[in-house]
Design a protein. Sequence first.
Length: 347
Amino acid sequence: MTDIQDRFCPKCGKPSKNNGLCNHCLVENTPWVTCDNRVTHIHCPSCGATKTVNTWTDTSRERADMAPDIARSAAHFHKDVKKADIAVDIRDISINRSRATLSITGVLYGEPVEKTCTVEIVWQREQCDRCNRITGSYYEGLVQVRADDRDLSPYEMQTSAAIATQIEDTLQASGERLSFISDMNETRDGLDITLGSQHIGVMIVQAITAQLGGRYTTHPKLIGEKNGRQLFRITYLVRLPHYQRHDVVAIDRIYAEVEQVDSHRVRIFDLHIGKSRTVNADTIKRLIGNARNAEPALVTYLSHDSIGVLDPVSCASVELRVPPWLSVKAGEYVRVLRDADRLVLVR
Ligand SMILES: [Zn+2]
Ligand SMILES: [Zn+2]
């Protein structure tokens, strides 16, 4: 056992608990904190995103809110410092400069330590990767939504646009900054959506075809090279099926409502017998309308297999056969489409 009193500090000569310098002299010899003279903060003047090393990140924080954290990042502590604390006072000098005073305290080898340093914050502006692409009209993907041998319906137009916007929101929130929509246009042919990345293009066409049916094809085009990598611009062409869900069509001598469309097969609900079945698309004779656009018609009477309804346009009373799927009372409304001068009951 060594007697503690036998050990002395070689610098000040006072008793030391260590095998060498006492704690007091150890602290004086240790650079326990260093401060950078300046820190540069890069932000995008258009969207406010901030750049760290080479990565842009979206932020909603204001300059006054970020400044203390940026100033604190200038201080670097020795690993043995405990209870480190930094109080920050910020003075804005100009639009591009702030001066921060850091009052730094801590405990090193049991001794309290403190220091003050001044850090200049440089607020640097730089257009971010995303704004750069948007202003430069740069794009990687183009989604074209078209319908097979007909115009896009307003419902398909709206649904496709809503799907695209929702996917953009999700990808932006997850940090995929370049997955943005730079342009969306309703054209004579359909809907065109211009995109910043290919990933968002694939997500959008998959979601549109999942919801509205149809298929998509991919058409890449080489547009150049960057850092030895070939750059492609991809057009995703969505072809919505000729028949849409809820279309009411004539097949043979009956009417049917379209429930689902694959490439050439159509599942229909037979409005005559009230059952679903699958048919070839080419057995469909013609389109009557879409059940979404059906008109309400008042039921005036009900007998065991027929009902009387008032034609909503002519107000004439029309007698119709009651299909097995319909359950209605006199005084209620049914939904009808028009096939020339006939009324067609729909669900
Ligand atoms: Zn000493
Ligand atoms: Zn930006």
